[in-house]
Ligand binder design. Structure first.
Ligand code: SF4
Length: 258
């Protein structure tokens, strides 16, 4: 559950599935992942994007092994203390894996609740206190029921109350929807950021990592230089990869996964 939630943080299900299957097959528990070098996690991560998540999962596995006898903790506080585990991921693991009462607020839930109760097309760019308080007030008291409720609202957002084309005719709560009653007023907040990739430092970092993933040996600087023509951008991307610990220096200046 922790692995899938981390992988799904910023990546669609269809891209996650093959990597998740391979990951769980190779590392069925935190102990097996913790016993490997972190670079193996980065290699297995492949092209899922935002590869720091792979390093954080490896670090979390080490902490789980050392402090929690190899079992993923169930309490929110302990989950939040794991590397790479934020508010949403901790709540999702606590609710869906352990059936604890936890407020699970992903973008789908935020959009549904925002439309239903605030009458807004889209929620604020970042989670705000009002959303948390409202979701907590709505959450059923019974832990089992609350986990099912959260899963149901997430599914409603993913399948019916979609971002660009909500299917209000099939919506089970359409008679209570403030946004629908208001005549679907358009979002008028700050510009919503897209996910540009081509030509960005992210793409450059991805190219460098791809070369390192495909090699069992350290890679020379000359090979890295061939990955991206813009010297300044390449150097900047490489510097951030080194700073993040996703890449390390090997002998004679060569580069490798950690
Ligand atoms: S009525 Fe439409 S906009 Fe409102 S919650 Fe249902 S699907 Fe979303």
């Amino acid at each position: 559950m922790l692995v899938s939630e981390v992988m799904l943080q910023q990546t669609p299900v269809r891209r996650v599935l093959p990597v998740y299957d391979a990951w769980i097959h190779r590392w069925p528990d935190p102990a097996s992942l913790a016993s490997e070098r972190p670079g193996q996690a980065v290699r297995m991560w492949g092209r899922l994007g935002y590869p720091r998540r792979a390093l954080r999962l490896h670090q979390a596995a080490v902490v789980i092994e050392q402090r929690h006898d190899g079992a993923v903790p169930s309490e929110l506080v302990e989950l939040r203390a794991l590397p790479g585990v934020g508010e949403y991921t901790a709540a999702a693991v606590s609710a869906f894996a352990y059936h604890q009462r936890a407020v699970v607020l992903d973008i789908n839930v935020r959009r549904v609740l925002g439309r239903l109760f605030a009458g807004h097309q889209y929620p604020p760019a970042s989670l705000i206190k009002v959303e948390r308080d409202q979701a907590r007030a709505l959450l059923p008291d019974d832990p089992d029921v609350s986990a099912r409720w959260s899963a149901a609202v997430m599914e409603l957002g993913a399948v019916i109350c979609t971002s660009s084309a909500p299917h209000c005719g099939r919506c089970p709560v359409s008679t209570q929807c403030a946004w629908r009653f208001a005549g679907y007023p358009e979002y008028d907040g700050p510009p919503r950021r897209g996910q540009a990739y081509a030509g960005t430092d992210r793409q450059c970092r991805g190219r460098i990592l791809s070369v390192l993933r495909d090699s069992d040996e350290p890679v020379t600087v000359a090979v890295i230089e061939a990955t991206w023509a813009d010297v300044v951008q390449r150097e900047r991307a490489l510097a951030t990869l080194l700073a993040d610990g996703l890449v390390v220096r090997a002998d004679e200046g060569a580069l490798a996964l950690p």
